[in-house]
Design a protein around this ligand. Structure first.
Ligand code: HEC
Length: 196
């Protein structure tokens, strides 16, 4: 008999604490939100470990090879093969979002981003991104959109659409590289993103 009211009060207390907590969760302050990401990998590591290998899987899943015997078209055939290329496409699409996490270094100390005279060093790439972050974001979104074109083609099991989407993915890679990695290249393959 004595215990009941005590428990009751304890529950009320817990509910109030929970309520306060939930109220707090509804409005995470900006600092807390930024702290939620731990961008340990550099942009360069994301390119080499996630973006490049997964893009290769998507590109290599469809091909047209011209031999002396004629034209050979390769594309996923079984459900498993389509599911596998889809996994790589999803990974690639989400990797575009990883590029947008703030506080990520372009390259770790001592890592070289410039192996050709026209390619910028990490410090200059960082400056270029800071100067025109809107174009950098637009460029990552362009990649995301092109990859979703590929995902739609995969879901339709349509090799021609997947091939076209692959070209758009390549143009998205190139647009960002031309603007932020080798802006001094004289003849970019694709029109670079106009500065905004
Ligand atoms: C939003 C911008 C952006 C997009 C989109 C982008 N990249 Fe990059 N990428 C960069 C920057 C900046 C560098 C230069 C820094 C570096 O060397 O990693 C780079 C470098 C690279 C490198 C060289 C890494 C090294 O240093 O050896 C590869 C490979 C690469 N990207 C592949 C790709 C592929 C493939 C795609 C498209 C599927 C792509 N990137 C899309 C920004 C982007």
């Amino acid at each position: 008999m004595v215990k009941k009211p005590f428990h009751f009060l304890l529950h009320i207390g817990l509910l109030i604490a929970l309520g306060l907590n939930l109220a707090g969760c509804n409005k995470p302050d900006a600092k807390e939100e930024a702290a939620a990401f731990k961008p340990g990998a550099s942009l360069q590591e994301i390119m080499l470990s996630i973006i490049d290998p997964n893009a290769d899987h998507v590109w290599n899943s469809v091909s047209i090879i011209i031999t002396d015997k004629g034209v050979e078209e390769h594309s996923p055939k079984t459900d498993e093969e389509w599911a596998e290329v889809r996994q790589h496409a999803i990974t690639l699409a989400e990797a575009a979002n990883l590029l947008l996490i703030t506080g990520r270094k372009v390259a770790h100390e001592g890592a070289e981003t410039s192996t050709h005279p026209v390619e910028l060093g990490a410090e200059h790439i960082e400056q270029a991104i800071a100067k025109d972050r809107a174009a950098f974001i637009a460029s990552a979104h362009l990649l995301h959109t092109a990859v979703y074109e590929a995902i739609i083609a995969i879901d339709k099991k349509d090799p021609d659409d997947l091939m076209r989407a692959g070209e758009h993915i390549q143009q998205a890679c190139e647009a960002c590289h031309a603007k932020f990695w080798y802006p001094d290249e004289k003849t970019p393959t694709f029109p670079s993103l106009s500065g905004s």
